[in-house]
Design a protein around this ligand. Structure first.
Ligand SMILES: Cc1cc2nc3c(=O)[nH]c(=O)nc-3n(C[C@H](O)[C@H](O)[C@H](O)COP(=O)(O)O)c2cc1C
Length: 359
């Protein structure tokens, strides 16, 4: 797939001046993941513990994300729950019925298990994309389950997994999300990218850090951009540290990616996708919500969480989301101090009204 920015830029007439050039925004093409058109090519990242149905509904309400993703789902756990006729994992909350497009991310290291779960998601749940996690650096997933980023040590195994899952999910596209390598001295993303493509994946997302980096340092977009010339057919989605609409525009302008994915910043500003999409279209960036609107948003988020988990569990769950909304706002520390103590809806509403945000 040609790089959309370069292709369009090449077809454009010369621009009148450097000043104008600096102001001209890049044009991007929609992203194609198999037959799925992702427009705009801005993806909401999977985040365990966060990107559940409630959060996705909030993101959807603003628009601007071309593809949303669930939290990562443990494939082995899914199979076990099925056998035991237990309820499906909380992480599949909403997946059967919510609007598409939607990607579900799965993790394990066994091709058969992943293929079995991928097939269910593709054919029964009819999700838009089955994404495989090859990036999680958390010990429980790597050392204990030899999955996630652990599989970067054995790219051939990644290839076998992808081949099996692609065959099982057909025609639903299967994608891979990974990091640059296991550590800075073991960066193997170019080999990995070629194996991922050769095995039949429909897109590759790369977080510009290694597993050993966890979240330290800056994401290396330079290394992400070096992957692109090695991919013949599938789009490259870059990920890491995008927290403003300007940075999203910059990523397309400088780093040779077909799409971008946003994770942490969207917990703080779920409207960031909408702002980035406007910026990519060259339109004025919509302002952040007012304080009143943001309070109402948090109340709506809480309502959605309680619908599934009830008030008691919902209140506990909502504490961390509320802390994310508050991050960087005036009085965030004071707000956090109070919101982590709430146990009921009443207490939550009171804390939001009194402390969010307050200098
Ligand atoms: C709390 C948290 C949970 C995450 N869970 C997942 C996950 O389930 N699957 C995954 O592929 N990546 C996961 N990630 C990684 C993000 O998707 C993303 O790659 C990373 O945060 C870098 O992007 P950012 O700088 O925009 O946050 C998680 C990150 C965070 C902070």
């Amino acid at each position: 797939m040609p790089n959309g920015i370069t292709a369009i830029a090449a077809a454009k007439p010369p621009r009148p001046s450097a000043a104008h050039d600096a102001m001209t925004l890049p044009l991007v093409e929609p992203l194609r993941i198999g037959d799925l058109v992702v427009d705009p090519p801005i993806l909401q990242a999977p985040m365990a513990g966060y990107t559940n149905y409630a959060f996705r509904q909030i993101v959807r309400s603003f628009g601007g994300a071309g593809l949303l993703a669930t939290e990562m789902v443990n494939a082995r756990g899914f199979v076990w729950m099925d056998k035991e006729l237990a309820e499906h994992p909380d992480r599949l909350w909403g997946v059967a019925d919510e609007p598409r497009p939607l990607a579900v991310q799965i993790w394990d290291n066994d091709p058969d298990t992943l293929a079995q779960v991928g097939a269910r998601l593709a054919h029964e749940y009819k999700v838009s994309v089955v994404d495989i996690n090859f990036g999680c650096p958390v010990r429980q997933v790597t050392e204990k389950a030899h999955s996630g980023s652990y599989l970067l040590r054995t790219p051939d195994r990644m290839g076998q997994i992808i081949e099996r899952v692609v065959a099982a999910c057909h025609p639903t596209p299967v994608t891979a999300k990974t990091r640059l390598g296991c550590s800075r001295d073991k960066i193997n993303i170019i080999d990995v990218a070629q194996i991922v493509e050769g095995a039949g994946a429909a897109a590759l997302t790369v977080h510009g850090r290694t597993a050993a980096d966890m979240f330290r340092g800056e994401a290396s977009w330079d290394l992400i951009s070096q992957i692109k010339p090695h991919l013949k057919r599938i789009p490259l989605i870059g990920n890491g540290d995008l927290d403003t609409a300007d940075k999203v525009v910059e990523a397309f302008r400088r780093w040779n990616v077909d799409g971008v994915m946003i994770a942490r910043a969207s917990l703080n500003k779920p409207w960031l996708f909408q702002q980035a999409a406007a910026a990519l279209r060259g339109e004025p960036v919509p302002p952040d919500p007012t304080v009143e609107e943001e309070r109402a948003l948090m109340v709506e988020h809480f309502r959605l969480v309680c619908e599934r988990f009830g008030e008691e569990r919902g209140a506990v769950l909502m504490r961390k989301f509320a802390c994310c909304y508050a991050q960087g706002r005036p009085g965030a520390r004071e707000f956090r101090k109070h919101v982590v103590m709430i146990d009921t809806a009443r207490e939550f509403f009171d804390v939001v009204a009194t402390y969010f945000p307050k200098a």
